[in-house]
Design a protein around this ligand. Structure first.
Ligand SMILES: NC(=O)c1ccc[n+]([C@@H]2O[C@H](COP(=O)([O-])OP(=O)(O)OC[C@H]3O[C@@H](n4cnc5c(N)ncnc54)[C@H](OP(=O)(O)O)[C@@H]3O)[C@@H](O)[C@H]2O)c1
Length: 230
């Protein structure tokens, strides 16, 4: 049985990914702070879902992930979906810090853990949900866009390491446009996907070991122009 861990599976895209991998008959490890929501998913699929409730900002993800892997009996895919996205026009540092903590610090810790684990194992896939926002600056949400640019570049770095070391490990940047979750707060949104559609395209990209996947695919058109002009 294949095994996947989804960091940040209590709601939104992470939850849709958890449900999709259950349907694909994976053993699924789910994490997040809201234990009740995680247990709700687990109680619907008691034989296929293992819960590990923790806050990635406590920077003890390694401890929790090692314990979760032991319960699952290994892991083939790790997906980082945890994220904070807030408008912060007045640059309230407490808000900026929440985004930097979760989207940069905690992301890095999980990415490094997954890289080391898969290197030792000789195979595996790590994917992170970045954002189209990471391809441009924003006066409304400077830290959010900058944190997603960090993720995009960090993943590039990990792919270079994989290539140099000739590892059978894939590192996928799930570069995502609008998805209908509490995170999508912009007043004017377009091409808004359901979490289920986004999750289906994400799992396909991971299976294909894509380096970068635009979610949904049409966001690739915007990505093309942002690469040229932003
Ligand atoms: N929705 C969009 O339009 C969109 C677009 C581009 C990219 N994204 C990215 O997609 C990812 C998922 O977001 P979503 O849209 O599905 O929003 P969401 O429903 O708000 O999900 C965010 C997830 O992150 C987890 N999380 C947040 N802080 C955490 C912490 N300190 N420790 C552990 N888990 C934490 C939450 O779990 P708990 O609260 O239970 O901890 C939740 O499961 C994010 O990285 C976001 O930046 C979303």
């Amino acid at each position: 049985m294949k095994k996947v861990i989804i960091i940040g599976a209590s709601s939104g895209i992470g939850r849709a990914l958890a449900e999709l991998y259950v349907a694909k008959e994976f053993l699924v490890g789910i994490t997040g702070r809201r234990k009740t929501l995680l247990e709700e998913i687990q109680s619907a699929h008691p034989d296929q879902v293992v819960v590990s409730a923790f806050d990635v900002n406590e920077l003890k993800s390694e401890v929790h992930l090692n314990a979760l892997v032991e319960k699952l009996g290994g892991v083939d895919i790790v997906i980082y979906s945890s994220g904070v996205g807030e408008f912060n026009k007045d640059l309230d540092f407490a808000i900026e810090k929440q985004m930097i903590d979760t989207n940069v610090m905690a992301f890095t810790q999980v990415a490094d853990w997954a890289y080391q684990y898969f290197k030792k194992q000789g195979m595996g896939s790590f994917a992170s949900i970045t954002s189209m926002a990471g391809m441009m600056g924003s006066r409304h949400a400077p830290a959010y866009n900058a944190s997603k640019a960090y993720q995009i570049n960090y993943l590039k770095g990990l792919r270079q390491k994989v290539k140099r070391q000739k590892l059978a490990v894939s590192i996928t940047d799930l570069r995502t446009g609008f998805v209908d979750t509490p995170m999508a707060k912009a007043a004017s949104k377009f091409w808004v996907a359901t979490p289920q559609k986004a999750a289906a395209q994400m799992s396909q990209a991971i299976q294909q070991k894509a380096a970068v996947a635009y979610i949904t695919k049409r966001w690739g058109i915007v990505g093309f122009f942002l690469r040229l002009f932003a």
